[in-house]
Design a protein around this ligand. Structure first.
Ligand SMILES: *[C@@H]1O[C@H](CO)[C@@H](O)[C@H](O)[C@H]1NC(C)=O
Ligand SMILES: *[C@@H]1O[C@H](CO)[C@@H](O)[C@H](O)[C@H]1NC(C)=O
Ligand SMILES: *[C@@H]1O[C@H](CO)[C@@H](O)[C@H](O)[C@H]1NC(C)=O
Ligand SMILES: *[C@@H]1O[C@H](CO)[C@@H](O)[C@H](O)[C@H]1NC(C)=O
Length: 372
């Protein structure tokens, strides 16, 4: 491991109170969770060795560039050298964040992880720089079930998804992409995600319905069951329905919560017949949108601005309907007064819009707590 920083420390005795600085990595008593925070200007990278025993590993790069490690990824080195060691790792969940990573290094790491049994990979707050290596002849990366990317930017723009996909062995079930820098995928290069059942594009407020059409590469998600589009700049349920039709996706569950939806506007459209659950909560709706599916098991209209109870003919046939947190309920419960009507603040929903606005930050804070 890198020892040069220690030599520098010898030359700067004043900085040599290193006994006071905590170890960057911490392994819990049960050998399950290990987290590293390399935000120190001269971190002791070798501390990461203790994570070799862990199942769940989180590595935060402290915002630094990992270029220095590139020289260790020698394309001529046969990764089979590490094969037995990597196979023996208990690692199942890996989170890597807070760094600039050359694409060559990232894909080199994926190749090594191909020998591991890691199932869940999360990349967050990463900037992937430089050109991508040519795709492997067959997928040599890990057989992930879950891949999450939060605030990851790629020098290669919209080509990133297909490039990444070429390294992953089949079997990916859950793909979540938040705060993306590009969701305009190069669809002709994307292969069919045969096993993918959940696609979560939530927290991409700039996506919009046109962006959704670009992101839902037609016929590439044939077995999708859950599509989450929370806080993605959607405008009307019918506009989303049209995008689903173009992408030929047939979700059973659709989450459109936390979008500013209009009740009408786009021409109505035929919803997938398998759609059973629709979430229209926190959508600012003043009336029930027209053109919803005729029959649903679950419809969540909570925390909207419905000022009167919807009439049966305005609603689909629904098994489980939630209307909590709409002004008409408050007006019925308390004596109607000007102030509650104007403020529009309904206790059931209080605080939640803020929570979503801050969700990225909250996630970071929660992540940070894990290191303490
Ligand atoms: C996104 O990631 C970059 C590093 O690539 C970081 O500088 C930035 O603060 C992150 N943004 C948010 C909102 O966390
Ligand atoms: C609908 O979305 C809201 C906010 O995202 C969530 O709190 C609620 O549980 C969801 N409802 C259903 C039925 O899943
Ligand atoms: C209705 O949905 C809510 C939220 O998902 C759940 O807690 C409740 O059990 C459901 N009720 C029925 C009758 O299915
Ligand atoms: C890493 O450590 C630095 C300094 O100790 C701290 O400011 C930062 O919040 C930590 N980051 C994470 C993700 O824990």
């Amino acid at each position: 491991m890198e020892r040069v920083p220690c030599l520098l420390l010898l030359l700067l005795p004043l900085l040599c109170i290193s006994g006071a600085t905590p170890e960057p990595c911490e392994l819990d008593d049960d050998d399950i969770h290990c987290s590293c925070n390399f935000s120190d200007p001269q971190p002791d990278w070798s501390s990461a060795f203790q994570c070799m025993a862990a199942v769940d590993v989180k590595i935060h790069g402290g915002g630094r560039s990992l270029e220095q490690f590139l020289k260790r990824v020698d394309p001529d080195t046969d990764p089979r050298q590490y094969m037995d060691m990597v196979k023996a790792l208990r690692l199942r969940r890996l989170t890597v964040g807070g760094a600039q990573v050359p694409a060559l290094l990232l894909f080199g790491v994926l190749r090594v992880l191909g020998y591991s049994r890691v199932k869940e990979l999360t990349l967050e707050d990463l900037e992937v720089t430089g050109t991508t290596p040519p795709p492997p002849l067959e997928a040599t990366g890990p057989a992930l079930t879950t891949l999450r990317l939060h605030n990851v930017s790629w020098a290669t723009g919209g080509a990133w998804l297909s490039q990444l996909q070429h390294w992953l062995k089949p079997g990916l079930k859950v793909l979540s992409i938040a705060q993306a820098h590009s969701l305009a995928f190069s669809c002709e290069q994307v292969r069919i995600f045969r096993d993918l059942t959940t696609l979560d594009l939530s927290d991409n407020p700039g996506l919009g319905e046109r962006g959704l059409i670009a992101a839902l590469c037609p016929h590439k998600f044939p077995n999708l069951q859950v599509l989450a589009l929370r806080n993605t700049g959607m405008e009307t349920p019918n506009g989303v329905c049209a995008a689903l039709a173009i992408g030929a996706v047939q979700p059973h569950q659709l989450d459109l919560s936390h979008n500013s939806l209009r009740a009408s506007g786009a021409p109505s459209c035929v919803w997938p017949s398998v759609l059973k659950s629709l979430n229209l909560s926190f959508a600012g709706l003043e009336q029930v949108p027209k053109g919803l599916p005729a029959k649903l098991s679950v419809l969540d209209l909570s925390c909207n601005k419905l000022s009167r109870e919807p009439r049966p003919n305005e609603l689909p046939q629904v098994g489980n309907l939630s209307l909590n947190g709409n002004p008409f309920l408050t007006l019925e419960a308390s004596s109607p007064s000007e102030s509650t009507m104007n403020s529009g603040v309904v206790p059931y929903c209080a605080g939640s819009p803020l929570a979503v606005g801050m969700s990225g930050t909250l996630a970071l804070l929660q992540g940070a707590r894990g290191f303490v």
